[in-house]
Write a protein that binds this ligand. Sequence first.
Ligand SMILES: [Zn+2]
Length: 331
Amino acid sequence: MKRLFLLIIPFLFFSIPGYSQEKPKVLATASMIMDMAKNIGGDHLDIQCIVPIGGDPHLYDPNPTDAKMVARADLILKNGLTFEGWLNELIENSGTKARSVLVTEGIKPITSLTYQNATDPHAWMDVSNAYVYIKNIKDAFVQLAPEHRESFEKNYASYLLQLQELDQYIFNKIKTIPKDKRILITSHDAFQYYGRHYGIQLEAIMGVSTDAEVRTSDISRLNKIIQSSKVPAVFIESTINPKLLKQVASDNNVAIGGELFADSIGDKDSDAPTYIDMLKHNTDTIVRGLLMENLAVTEQQKTPVSTYWLYALIGLLFVGGFYIVVRKLDN
Ligand SMILES: [Zn+2]
């Protein structure tokens, strides 16, 4: 009987819900931070994000489920630099004991040129900044679960190599755009870090945050830039309503070069389900868009296939008619 009881003990132990089998809970504010964290944490941690994929972290409005998630978290990973204005209140209200780690610690932030006293939060757009992100994430994980240190270090080293390759890929791609065409026009000012590192001039309708009011002067500034630089395309963003930028494009007779991912990765079925895919997709889209000739004009000038069929039919009728006339004259 005593032996039987000893055999049952382990089953009792594991059947208690939430006991011992649970992984430490990590909560990232935004999806690109979550993806970086998953690459380092592997299977040892339960990693989720607060703002859902496709959501806009600048304007996020936390709900009661978020407060519960924050309350149960062991570690919170945040971008900072004015990105998550809603986070402090959410942490306070949840009463969480979780440690909060600033993943941009050590990065030299860009100050917005357009809006005074605003820090530009989009540091992840420069892959050399992502090296800092993942070092901070790895250090936080080692502190959270020291028993998995070796695994975190290994994952970090191999992910860092992938990021270094990505950085080189972007440099090489951007070099293929003629220098005078390296102007990127988007909905909001999310690409300053990208532009500074890879050598592209940036212009946007909105400032570094999406909650700013669009001013008429912003639109006329963009119109002037499009006209003088003769860029063939402007770019919409996955988390922002494209209406205004589409209007600017049509007013200036330039194309929409494609959709860029700035403040969120894409869903599983998109071109950008990971941070690496997101930067690759953006780069490929930007290069393709800026290398094309003025698409709007070329499209109009192109002769549709149906017109060729019409010409062929007229030609056939003409030849046929001519043949009949000749036959009649012969008779
Ligand atoms: Zn943004």
